[in-house]
Design a protein around this ligand. Structure first.
Ligand SMILES: [Zn+2]
Length: 346
């Protein structure tokens, strides 16, 4: 997981990489945000950057730095195969057998990789059998954290533990963990992650540095996936060029989405347009990341004070029509014309 794969959060990310570069990494941090806001992604990318052997620094773009994605540490962390990276998460009790997060590690890894760390605890629980309502982080889990942090690191670098949904830690687990938080060992880092604005036990909370992830901007990440992004860029390029045959093909593709998906897609499109406008208005670079440099640099500049409202109301109307079960192809075609007309008014 690289920072570039995370939507939004640029300010937080840039602050985090600056702190890591300065070598003043806090040994215990609590990353908190709203549900599905990418806080687990942030923890993942953070540790990858921390361990990266060839950190990349940029002079332009919205990120000041990122991990290289290529070095052995990056590869191991992105595949969740790094021997010094450990995950603890709520897990269901299994009758009289003493179970811990370790017993569900394979499922957790699959879950992380398949959702790119955007799933919720409910999503994860659905992949498990057992009484998930009573999923907790228990004393055994905390003892495992203490154990791995005390071990000699395999790779000679950082020993890392991510505690996902840390608010699900019971009191005995918290007690077990306290000493480690109070007397940190060198080269160890614990990231407590909550996808939910739940409070930690005060004893724990007072010993960790809190990083607030702002949900704004990332709300859309929920629905955003490669398919949406690719579709949007494809569509905008057609609007930009207004080649009818290709535009019509693109509209057919979008019309295959079901109503709910199409609505989410339009909300996503609205957000991207607004971001283009805000960034351009503020004189900042806005990068769409389509892979087409010319389109990426020119399109955002086409959304100005002269047409942002037209674009916005065109998309609003389309969402309204979709909600009222209008024929998707016609709605999307009409929307395409309205936006393309608006773009000419820049
Ligand atoms: Zn690297």
């Amino acid at each position: 997981m690289q920072f570039k794969d995370i939507v939004g959060q640029r300010d937080i990310i840039n602050r985090l990489t600056a702190v890591i570069d300065s070598g003043r990494v806090s040994h215990a941090q609590h990353i908190v945000g709203d549900e599905r806001d990418g806080s687990l992604q942030l923890a993942w990318a953070y540790l990858q950057y921390l361990c990266c052997e060839h950190r990349q620094h940029y002079n332009d773009g919205d990120l000041r730095a990122d991990s290289c994605g290529e070095c052995p540490n990056c590869k191991k962390i992105s595949q969740l195969m790094h021997p010094d990276l450990h995950f603890i998460f709520p897990n269901p009790p299994n009758g009289s057998n003493s179970v811990s997060a370790e017993d569900y590690m394979r499922e957790f890894r699959d879950f992380m990789l398949s959702t790119q760390a955007l799933g919720t605890l409910n999503d994860f629980n659905e992949t498990l059998s057992g009484d998930v309502k009573t999923s907790m982080i228990r004393e055994t889990d905390a003892a495992n954290i203490v154990k791995v942090l005390n071990m000699k690191p395999y790779e000679g670098g950082w020993r890392m533990v991510v505690v996902w949904n840390a608010h699900r830690m019971n009191a005995s687990a918290a007690n077990e963990l306290l000493k480690t938080l109070e007397e940190p060992l060198p080269q160890t880092i614990i990231l407590l992650v909550d996808n939910d604005d739940k409070r930690l036990l005060p004893t724990i909370e007072s010993r960790v540095q809190t990083i607030k992830v702002k949900g704004e901007g990332l709300k859309f990440k929920v629905e955003e996936n490669a398919e949406f992004a690719g579709m949007l860029v494809g569509w905008l390029r057609m609007l930009f060029k207004l080649k009818m045959k290709e535009l019509s093909m693109q509209v057919d593709k979008m019309a295959t989405l079901n109503r709910e998906q199409l609505k989410l897609f339009l909300q996503y499109a609205m957000k991207v347009m607004r971001d283009c406008f805000l960034n351009t208005a503020a004189g900042m670079e806005c990068h769409l990341g389509s892979g087409d440099e010319k389109f990426d640099s020119q399109f955002p500049k086409m959304i100005t004070t002269n047409n942002i409202e037209l674009v916005q109301s065109a998309i609003d109307d389309a969402i309204f029509a979709i909600e009222r079960n209008a024929y998707a192809k016609i709605v999307m075609m009409e929307l395409s014309f309205r936006i393309s007309k608006a773009l000419k008014k820049r």
